[in-house]
Ligand binder design. Sequence first.
Ligand code: CTP
Ligand code: MG
Length: 166
Amino acid sequence: MLPAYLPNNFATLTGGGMPIDMRRTWSDGRRILGDGKTIRGFVGGVTAGILIGLLQMYAEISGLVPWFPSHTLTAVILLAVGSLLGDLIKSFFKRRQGIERGGEWFLVDQLDFVIGALLLTLLLDSAWVVQTITLPLLITILILTPLLHRTVNIIGYKLGLKKVPW
Ligand code: CTP
Ligand code: MG
């Protein structure tokens, strides 16, 4: 799941500049996505996700790791893009709920990227998802991800990289 996890963290590091919604507002008068979703964050995040996926592919193909090759270029790209698409779509609905940029939406903020990654991959490469993400693995991912996400964000907050600890 690293190609789906890393984009979030790297978006925080590379983000800034022009927001994806170009500062436009929706019909409710609120921002479409908000200042927390930027082009630089999206591109930087997706790039980081793909790079870690390429490293995983290399490690698997060259036998550096004992497990069977599971990453394909398609899956890696879909996981990375899907994770930040999930994050974007989440922010759209967050703004419609009236939650300001950076405000917390419990569990949705913690799972948006895994759900986005798995859904986009399921949509465009269902064979990979069916072969790779077994039911026990899916349950593990859904339980561990919010815990990991929270831990990493508290660390990011303490390091001054993130404005809020969620
Ligand atoms: N970020 C970005 N572009 C993205 C995603 C994230 O620039 N596509 C950066 C922003 O600086 C953002 C930070 O990463 O503030 C943390 O991301 P996230 O928690 O998803 O954004 P929030 O600021 O909490 O905004 P929202 O309420 O819309 O989730
Ligand atoms: Mg957030």
